[in-house]
Design a protein around this ligand. Structure first.
Ligand code: SAM
Length: 399
């Protein structure tokens, strides 16, 4: 039977768009129902454990709440939302359908997508925006976007980094078992931009994770905790303390982005020790190896230039980190995670645990010894930590 009124026609169009995988989003606005402070809802299709699922973002005055529904419940969920809203807009690859209701009647209008919009789903920028929704309230609480959800110009580079980071994080999650509750720790979380974004992403696409940011600076911890509360992110918390003494009980995903100097080594060590499935770090300053470096004779003409010696020390520090990860059973990649214009510290080490790991790979450990010998390296914190040889007195050293 064909739909008889505009509301039913709209509902039918939504269900067809969902069934044919043509749905971009449905926005329900001018909410008049009984839930306090609820303003609008955005519905999208997402993949959850390889199953198409209805994702509904409920926007309240000060926070966003996400719920996922099986496709079998789509009709019931959409019918309920329609009943309580005076306006609904359906966006598909073909165009937009708008339903507007007032006391007397409901009206349906349709417009075709402009060619440029139609082409967007394959577009580069569009793919990026899938990971972090610019409309999200938490971005406003963090000071990335303004009240109109526009990116604040001075935060444009951070915004780019956040998107890129969440994209890489999402790719890494696809390679691991995410059916159990995920424990994520962000070591050296700073103002929590990335910590909060990955919480938002994970909570929207999987079951809500337990995410902890670890940060020395109490003011930053207070700021982040406020953002988490304002955003309604109940399983996101911040611990004020030193990465070098923080000992979580569970760790599935270890993140350390631009954590200073050897804080990165302590974070990687926690990841390896607790058998983290994903280890993701972008190293920051590299102070440990440079004073130890004795250039091999043949390299001295090259390394007489300070900048080259610095780059060499950095490359060696990160090579040893990446090789140790490999030796301890991780598939390890080292790459630039964002263009240089967005941050000069753009190197990422991404490691995922191999399921067949049994014991450290002696051949890789031998490669590390050969490199250390060639450059006269005595001490690399991650190696010492893994060998249980790290000197407790070093904790007094400033990061
Ligand atoms: C460059 S910021 C990076 C912040 C954040 N990860 C990001 O990428 O936006 C480094 C942060 O690490 C913190 N940090 C440095 N050493 C630390 C340590 N030993 N324990 C905890 N936090 C530390 C600093 O206070 C700073 O906020």
């Amino acid at each position: 039977m064909s739909p008889v009124n505009p509301e039913q026609q709209f509902l039918q169009a939504c269900l067809v768009a969902i069934q044919q995988q043509q749905l971009e989003r449905i926005i329900f606005s001018q909410y008049k129902g009984s839930i306090e402070n609820l303003e609008k809802m955005t519905v999208r299709l997402i993949e959850l454990q390889n199953v198409a699922t209805l994702n509904c973002l409920y926007r309240y005055k000060t926070q966003d709440v996400t719920k996922n529904y099986p496709l079998g419940e789509a009709e019931g969920v959409l019918t309920e939302l329609l009943a309580d809203c005076k306006q609904a807009n359906l966006f598909t690859l073909d165009g937009e359908t708008q339903l507007k209701k007032n006391k007397k009647k409901a009206m349906l209008t349709q417009s075709k997508a402009k060619p440029v919009l139609k082409a967007q789903p394959q577009g580069h920028d569009r793919a990026k925006q899938r990971f972090v929704d610019q409309d999200s309230q938490f971005l406003q609480h963090l000071g990335i976007t303004d009240a109109k959800a526009q990116v604040i110009p001075s935060m444009a580079r951070k915004w780019k980094q956040i998107n890129k980071f969440v994209e890489i994080f999402a790719g890494a999650l696809e390679q691991i078992d995410t059916t159990q509750a995920l424990h994520v720790v962000d070591f050296g979380s700073g103002k929590g931009y990335l910590t909060t974004a990955l919480y938002d992403y994970t909570a929207k696409s999987l079951q809500t994770p337990f995410v902890t940011g670890v940060e020395l600076n109490p003011k930053m911890v207070e700021f982040c905790q406020n953002v988490a509360t304002q955003s309604g992110f109940e399983q996101l918390g911040f611990f004020q303390g030193d990465v070098r003494t923080y000992a979580p009980e569970k760790l599935d995903v270890m993140i350390a982005l631009h954590a200073c100097d050897v804080a990165t080594d302590f974070a990687i060590h926690s990841g390896i020790r607790l058998n983290a499935q994903v280890i993701m770090c972008a190293p920051c300053c590299h102070k440990e190896l440079r004073p130890q470096l004795h250039s091999p004779k043949v390299l001295q003409p090259m390394l007489q230039f300070g900048i080259h010696a610095g780059q060499q020390a950095e490359m060696l520090t990160d090579t040893i980190r990446a090789l140790l990860l490999k030796a301890y059973g991780y598939e390890t990649k080292v790459f630039e995670f964002v263009a240089l214009e967005h941050t000069s510290k753009n190197k990422m080490i991404l490691a995922t645990k191999r399921q067949d790991f049994t014991a450290p790979d002696q051949a890789v450990l031998a490669q590390i010894q050969a490199l250390k010998q060639m450059y006269g390296i005595q001490k690399h914190s991650l190696e010492l930590l893994l060998n249980d040889q790290w000197d407790q007195q070093d904790i007094g050293r400033k990061c």
